[in-house]
Design a protein around this ligand. Structure first.
Ligand SMILES: Nc1ncnc2c1ncn2[C@@H]1O[C@H](COP(=O)(O)OP(=O)(O)O)[C@@H](O)[C@H]1O
Ligand SMILES: CCCC(=O)OP(=O)(O)O
Length: 355
């Protein structure tokens, strides 16, 4: 049986699309959006038509007829809370992502674009391993402040896919092993996977700082800054997500550039990069306690895992816990397509989304 799957992954500055015929990538295209284009829109949802039209034009340019598709999958966005795996996109999900997403995030457009294209040719649209996969145990939901329960927002798609790959490399099942996975991209998330469930995470404002995010910062000083009168809410949010981390210290989000600075003996760049690796290692140590130290493998993935300098800095601090596997890249397009292929083959079931 031949399955043609179109995967759509909207990011903050690009929309990626890829076509898979079974396991084979037929094409993958990154449609870049300039800062000037993005700035025209007040809300992420307002970018829907622009991004959808670009996806359709890109398919037309490739001479691809969408009537040949078996399914369309989008990166799952900021719905309140979902299980891991596949969900069929339905009107309830569309309403939530269009009008009331939990957080404004480019991934909210994945399901919307997938649904629109799938409806045109009467096939199903899906999301797979949304950023809001939430498999936290009750004990993990207590934050210390009753008004603010902990929830889960992470790079679940790549993190789960890479843990599954490492399980396979070891001749075992993902559901029989325990992993701590650090996804190291523009944003960083660390997650602990206990026998097939992602039971806790440290990401964004709770986790290590990253190229563009501040991570967990001292709370009291953060409150003071918010009330200093110097910054509005939008600017403060940008300090946490967008203009934090490497960007704030070194004015770049590109780790390769930071490495070049270090080659030129820039001591500040060396210290800040080391601090990022140090915080990731602390996050891995922290989450290892969730499975009482019974970690089968630590997985380092994402674009930054290409950096030998960073993986070495992390590895030296955590390899006493478990073997460290390095799986560079964000692997999201393949993970989306392979997830839906398993659904179409009947190896996994897609859940029905409701609130
Ligand atoms: N070969 C490399 N060496 C070091 N860092 C890299 C390399 N390739 C990509 N990166 C870094 O990875 C980060 C982006 O990771 P990626 O997983 O693609 O994230 P995102 O999808 O969040 O943009 C950037 O900081 C980039 O500089
Ligand atoms: C940590 C939640 C997912 C996320 O922020 O994804 P991006 O880093 O791709 O923006």
């Amino acid at each position: 049986m031949k399955y043609n799957i179109l995967a759509i992954n909207p990011g903050s500055t690009s929309t990626k699309l890829a076509l898979y015929e079974n396991d084979k990538e037929i094409f993958c295209n990154t449609l870049e959006h300039s800062a000037e284009e993005i700035e025209k829109y007040d809300k992420i949802q307002d970018q829907f038509e622009m991004r959808k039209n670009l996806v359709i034009s890109s398919l037309l340019e490739k001479g691809y007829d969408i009537k040949s598709l078996s399914a369309v999958v989008g990166r799952g966005g900021m719905v309140p809370k979902v299980k891991s795996g596949a969900y069929k996109v339905n009107e309830t999900m569309v309403d939530r992502l269009k009008f009331n997403p939990v957080i404004e995030h480019a991934s909210n457009l994945g399901a919307l674009i997938a649904y629109e294209i799938a409806n045109e040719v009467n096939i199903s649209a899906y999301i797979y391993d949304s950023v809001r996969v939430d498999e936290l145990k009750d004990v993990a939901r207590i934050s210390g402040m009753p008004e603010i329960p902990r929830t889960s927002t992470s790079h679940a798609l790549n993190s789960r896919a890479m843990a599954m790959k490492v399980a396979k490399m070891n001749g075992k099942k993902y559901s029989d092993m325990n992993f701590v996975v650090a996804h190291l991209g523009g944003g960083i998330s660390v997650s602990v996977h206990e026998k097939g469930r992602m039971v806790d995470i440290l990401a964004d404002d709770e986790g290590p700082f990253s190229p563009e995010r501040a991570g967990r910062v001292p709370c009291k000083e953060l409150i003071d800054l918010c009330y200093s009168g110097e910054f509005d809410k939008k600017t403060m949010n940008k300090k946490l997500r967008g203009n934090g981390g490497l960007k704030a210290y070194l004015n770049t989000v590109d780790v390769r550039e930071v490495e070049e600075m270090i080659e030129r003996n820039d001591e500040k760049a060396k210290l800040v990069l080391e601090a990022m690796a140090y915080q990731v290692a602390k996050g891995i140590g922290d989450l290892s306690t969730v499975v009482e130290g019974k970690v089968d493998a630590i997985v380092l993935t994402g674009g930054i895992a290409y950096s030998k300098r960073i993986t070495a800095l992390i590895k030296k601090r955590v390899e006493f816990i478990a073997p460290v596997e390095i799986m560079p890249g964000e692997n999201e397009m393949e993970s989306l397509a392979m997830g839906i292929q398993r659904v179409l083959k009947g190896e996994e079931e897609a859940s029905e989304y409701s609130e």
